[in-house]
Design a protein around this ligand. Structure first.
Ligand code: AMP
Ligand code: ZN
Length: 441
C-alpha cells in the first residue's frame, strides 16, 4: 500500500471534478443555513442546483477574513449549537479572532485528511510521533493529534517549548517523527548541542514535519542538515480546518492540495481574476466537506502558485508551491515592496548566519529605515571585529541587491533575538507614521 486512500488520491481529473461539483452543491445548500450566506445567497439569487461545472465557482462571491470578523462569533454557523462539538480560532492578534466551528463529521473528515497527509509524507503506524506545537485553540496541536491517532502511530502530545524535556521524551520513547514549526527547530538543535548530544547519533529520528509558518527552501535545507533527515512541508490554516490542507509527498516537489475536500483557485489579488497555472497569486479556497461552517471562496491572503505537471508519486491532486508570504506580510520601505521571506532567503544562504533574525522598521532622524538584526553562529561571534565588519557589509549588500533598498544590518549573538512560543515574529513596525495612526499598508 502506498496511498492512504487510493480510491480518492489517484482519481482521474474528470472523476475528481465530478466529486467536486456534487460536493460544491451540497456545500452551498448547507452554507445557506447560516445567517451570513443565507442572506447573501438570497440577495445574489444563488441556487446550488444550477451548479454542474467546476468553473461555475467563479460566479460565487468571495469571503474575506473581514467578513468572518464582522459576523463574529456565530454568523457563519449552519447548525444548532447542540450539534457542534469543537471550535478553533486563528492566532491573529488584532480585532476579533476568526473562529471555526466543527460538528462530528467535520472533526472526523479533518482527522482523515491529516492521516492521509502524514501517510503521504511517509509516516506509518509503526512510528513514534512527537507533536511539538501548542495544544489549544491553535489547530496544529489537536489537528495533528487526531490525524496521528487515525493513522495509528504512537502519539506523544508533547506541546510546545521546554527543549530539554522534548529531548528527554525523544530519547526515552525512541521518537521517530517530530512535527514542529521551522523557527523552533534551530533552537531545539542548539539545546541538543549544549547538552553534548547530536540528534543524528543520539535519537531514532527518521523524518520531520514542518509547517504553520512561512519559511524558505534555505531554512528547510538547514533543518535537514542539522537533524540528518528529510523535512516535509505541511500547510494549512484554521479557516480551512488547520493542518491537512496541503502536504508534501516523498518527492518534496510542491504540496498536494486535497481537492476532494477543497476547491482551489489562484487569483490576482488586485483584479481577483484567475491566473494561469505556474503564475503566483492569492490562494482562494472553498470547503467541500464541511458541515458546521462551510466557507465559500475564502481569500486566504497566502501567495503561491499551482505547479504544472504530474507528480511521480501518482497522486492526481494538484500541487501548490511553498507559500512565499502573505499579501499582508508585505511592507513598503522607501518605496520598495519587501516580503520578509526575500530577506530570509538571502540570510540563510550565508553559512556564518545563525538560527534567527528580526526585521524592525523604524524612523531614525526623520527617515524610515529597515534594521535587520541577524544572529551569527557562536564561533563567528567571538571572532575579530574586522571579520564581523566584513560580514556586515556582505549581508547589507546582498539584501540591498535582493530588495533594492539598503538595510541597516546588526550582527547579534546567538539566542539574543526574543523568541515567542508560537509562530516566529519576523517584522516589527515602529515607524512614526504608523504610531500616529495614518499609515496604511
Ligand atoms: P493559523 O490559521 O493561525 O494557523 O494560520 C494559518 C496561516 O499560517 C496560513 O494562512 C499561512 O499564512 C501560514 N502557514 C501555515 N502553514 C504554512 C506553511 N507550510 N508555509 C507557509 N505558511 C504557512
Ligand atoms: Zn506527489
Amino acid at each position: 500500500m502506498i496511498y492512504w486512500e487510493k480510491e480518492l488520491e489517484v482519481l482521474s481529473r474528470k472523476e475528481l471534478e465530478k466529486i467536486q461539483v456534487e460536493r460544491l452543491r451540497k456545500t452551498l445548500s448547507q452554507a445557506a443555513h447560516s445567517p451570513y450566506y443565507g442572506e447573501l445567497f438570497r440577495k445574489l439569487h444563488i441556487t446550488p442546483e444550477k451548479i454542474d461545472r467546476v468553473e461555475q465557482i467563479r460566479e460565487l462571491p468571495f469571503t474575506t477574513k473581514q467578513d468572518l470578523r464582522d459576523h463574529y462569533p456565530y454568523g457563519f454557523l449552519t447548525l444548532p449549537k447542540r450539534d457542534i462539538i469543537r471550535l478553533h480560532s486563528s492566532s491573529g492578534t488584532t480585532g476579533n479572532p476568526t473562529v471555526i466551528f466543527h460538528n462530528r463529521h467535520d472533526i472526523s473528515s479533518w482527522a482523515n485528511l491529516m492521516a492521509r497527509s502524514l501517510f503521504c509524507a511517509g509516516v506509518r503506524d509503526t512510528d513514534v510521533f512527537q507533536n511539538i506545537v501548542g495544544y489549544g485553540l491553535f489547530t496544529g496541536g489537536l489537528g495533528f493529534q487526531y490525524g496521528i491517532e487515525r493513522l495509528g502511530a504512537l502519539s506523544i502530545p508533547a506541546g510546545a517549548g521546554n527543549s530539554q524535556r522534548q529531548i528527554k521524551l525523544m530519547r526515552d520513547y525512541g521518537t521517530t517523527v517530530i512535527h514542529a514549526i521551522p523557527s523552533y527547530l534551530g533552537r531545539l538543535y542548539e539545546v541538543f548541542q549544549a547538552e553534548g548530544l547530536d540528534p543524528q547519533r543520539d535519537t531514532e529520528l527518521r523524518l520531520l514535519v514542518i509547517g504553520a509558518e512561512p519559511h524558505t527552501e534555505e531554512q528547510r535545507r538547514r533543518i535537514e542538515e542539522m537533524f540528518g533527515v528529510k523535512a516535509f512541508n505541511s500547510f494549512g490554516l484554521s479557516e480551512m480546518n488547520g493542518p491537512g490542507v496541503a502536504f508534501e509527498c516523498e518527492y518534496q516537489s510542491g504540496l498536494h492540495i486535497w481537492e476532494d475536500a477543497y476547491m482551489v483557485e489562484i487569483v490576482d489579488p488586485q483584479t481577483l481574476h484567475p491566473v494561469a497555472d505556474g503564475e503566483y497569486g492569492e490562494l482562494v479556497m472553498t470547503t467541500l466537506d464541511r458541515e458546521g461552517m462551510p466557507l465559500v471562496r475564502y481569500r486566504t491572503r497566502d501567495i503561491t502558485r499551482i505547479l504544472p505537471g504530474d507528480c511521480p508519486c501518482g497522486r492526481t491532486h494538484r500541487r501548490i508551491d511553498r507559500i512565499t508570504g502573505r499579501s499582508d506580510d508585505m511592507f513598503i520601505i522607501k518605496g520598495c515592496n519587501v516580503y520578509p521571506m526575500q530577506i530570509e532567503g538571502v540570510l540563510l544562504k550565508i553559512p556564518e548566519v545563525g538560527a534567527d533574525y528580526l526585521i524592525t522598521l523604524d524612523t531614525l532622524n526623520g527617515s524610515d529605515e529597515m534594521i535587520v538584526e541577524v544572529e551569527v553562529k557562536r564561533d563567528w561571534f567571538n571572532g575579530d571585529v574586522a571579520r564581523l565588519d566584513k560580514l556586515t557589509r556582505q549581508i547589507t549588500n546582498q539584501i540591498r541587491d535582493e530588495v533594492l533598498t539598503k538595510p541597516i544590518v546588526r550582527l547579534v549573538e546567538p539566542g539574543s533575538i526574543p523568541k515567542s512560543e508560537g509562530k516566529a515574529v519576523r517584522v516589527r513596525d515602529l515607524r512614526a507614521a504608523l504610531k500616529a495612526g495614518n499609515y496604511s499598508a
